[in-house]
Design a protein around this ligand. Structure first.
Ligand code: COA
Length: 307
């Protein structure tokens, strides 16, 4: 039995905030941000619900399905519109879905955790699951704090996963978490995101490399077999360091953080969508999807596209 990725969609706010614009109010520069992170601009606006609705609707349409075909909605978000209720039921309501729905919070690994959750739900009788990553990180950014303000952005991405008893796109999955590192990247109630950037960087490279190597081993593929890496988009230097250690050239890696910054749970589906639009997703080819984030959490999967 298996899981097929059937349709994809994204939702982005219209408002673009460039590094130049941030430099007008913060002690920073386009040069510093671009060189140290790879980010040039980010989108700002919307909410986890409003952006998630757009991405979800687009994914259902892309899959050629109707809302009635969806059995379950799993929303990955670190920034739900409210602490309670969860944002997933509100998205489901606006989309006209008549099914179970819930939020998953695994920070920037959220989309991967949601896909893994959906895989389990497909094994227990559901047929089609809408998985959305949607974030409104800008709401929890102190815009006078250059450490965080230059990094984060808003956006949403979604996929429809379908049960298939004849085969699977998902060949392996490795997930992990380490709460002893919880204080490295936090957002307290009523507060703003704060981070020990250097330590997060160091650990991020390590967990991406370790989990990706395990995922490739389980899938019985080598770095040479991986046609495309779809990594979480936090910092291009993290992506370069990890792919270099994995022995996969940067030309085979998707980078979208220059346009969107770090969008947490949304970054992997946004990157996937970009890759597909650029003709980089090809039937029969292998991809490594890998994410890490606050918690710390991490997740890597090897997939082989069937469509
Ligand atoms: N603009 C301009 N200068 C800045 C700056 C900014 N936004 N932020 C820091 N600086 C300065 C520092 O004050 C320091 O100055 P100094 O040398 O005079 O002391 C200098 O730039 C270097 O700072 P440092 O913190 O060493 O930079 P860095 O190369 O480690 O980059 C991060 C900082 C945050 C970009 C980097 O550590 C990072 O990306 N970490 C991982 C973050 C991440 O991925 N988080 C999300 C996980 S999902």
């Amino acid at each position: 039995m298996g899981v097929r990725f059937k349709g994809w969609g994204i939702g982005l706010p219209d408002r673009i905030v460039t590094n130049e614009e941030l430099s007008q109010t913060l002690d920073t520069s386009d040069e510093w941000i671009a060189e140290r992170t790879g980010i040039r601009e980010r989108r700002v606006g919307g909410s986890a619900v409003s952006l998630g609705v757009i991405a979800g609707r687009n994914a259902i349409q892309d899959a050629g399905l109707l809302v009635g075909d969806i059995d379950f909605l799993v929303l990955a978000t670190t920034t739900p519109d409210r602490l309670c209720p969860a944002s997933a039921p509100m998205i489901a309501n606006e989309l006209g879905l008549n099914c179970a729905s819930m939020d998953v919070n695994a920070a920037c690994s959220g989309f991967m955790y949601a896909v893994r959750t959906a895989q389990g739900l497909l094994e227990t009788g559901n047929r089609r699951i809408l998985v959305i990553g949607s974030e409104n990180l800008s709401r929890w950014v102190d815009w006078s704090d250059r450490n965080m303000a230059v990094l984060l952005g808003d956006g949403a991405g979604a996929a429809v996963l379908e049960y298939d008893e004849t085969g699977t796109d998902v060949l392996s999955f490795v997930l992990g978490s380490d709460g002893s590192a919880a204080d490295l990247l936090t957002c307290e109630h009523g507060g703003y995101f704060q981070m020990d950037g250097k330590e997060v960087f160091r650990r991020a490279v390590r967990v991406v490399v370790d989990s990706a190597e395990q995922a490739m081993k389980i899938a019985d593929v080598s770095p040479d077999d991986i046609n495309l890496v779809i990594p979480h988009q936090a910092n291009v230097r993290i992506i370069k360091a990890a792919t270099q250690r994995l022995g996969i050239p940067m030309e085979r890696t998707v980078v979208t953080l220059d346009r969107y910054g770090n969008t947490s749970s949304s970054s992997i589906p946004l990157a996937f969508f970009d890759a597909r639009q650029n003709g980089r997703i090809k039937s029969g080819e292998y991809a490594l999807m890998t994410g890490f984030g606050a918690g710390m959490t991490w997740a890597s999967a090897v997939v082989r596209w069937s469509r």
